[in-house]
Design a protein around this ligand. Structure first.
Ligand code: GNR
Ligand code: NI
Length: 164
């Protein structure tokens, strides 16, 4: 297992659209294990493969208190989006920034586990927010894209000061 480097906004690689996983092999198992290790080390409650510069539809989530948890999703697809909810979000790729964004309140997600077994689950609250946040990473999107241009510019300025 290994902790992988996390890309930071505005790195263009975060804008890559992840490809569908087609092989359920040892390499996928290692990727999932490394993603959990990287997420816990950060620490974070979710991680998408995009964030470690692997452009495959793979994501891990551990919001705690879920049954069962931790969770991993291969080729996730949202099959239901219901209601709206506002929550303050953060992102390991946008360190130190916390902003309120609006998302669906209740979701259903269909995915495969690392062995290729399909499952579907319903989620609400923090887990639903986190799953939507991770799926957007796989599409090359970030939560800051939902903010005003003014806020987006301010965030990039703040992040550039951290890195230099
Ligand atoms: O650690 C994380 N916390 C978090 C809090 C509110 C909404 C979403 C998240 S996900 C984030 C980890 C991360 O960047 N995942 O992509
Ligand atoms: Ni994120």
């Amino acid at each position: 297992m290994a902790i992988r480097d996390i890309l930071h906004h505005p790195d263009e690689r975060l804008r890559t659209r992840a490809k569908t996983v087609s092989k359920y092999d040892d390499k996928l198992e290692t990727l999932v294990a490394d993603m959990f290790e990287t997420m816990y080390a950060a620490p974070g409650i979710g991680l998408a493969a995009t964030q470690i510069d692997v452009h495959l539809r793979v994501m891990v989530v551990d919001c705690g208190k879920q049954d069962p948890y931790p969770l991993h999703f291969i080729n996730p697809e949202l099959t239901l989006l219901e209601g709206t909810e506002e929550m303050e979000e953060g992102c390991l790729s946008v360190p130190g920034i916390f902003e309120t964004v609006s998302r669906a309140e209740t979701i259903k997600v269909r995915a495969f586990d690392q062995y290729g077994i399909q499952f579907e689950m319903e989620a609400d609250g923090l887990l639903a927010v986190c799953i939507q946040h991770e799926i957007e990473h796989l599409e090359g999107k970030l939560f800051v894209d939902k903010l005003s241009n003014f806020k987006q510019k301010r965030i990039i300025k703040k992040l550039s000061k951290l890195n230099t």
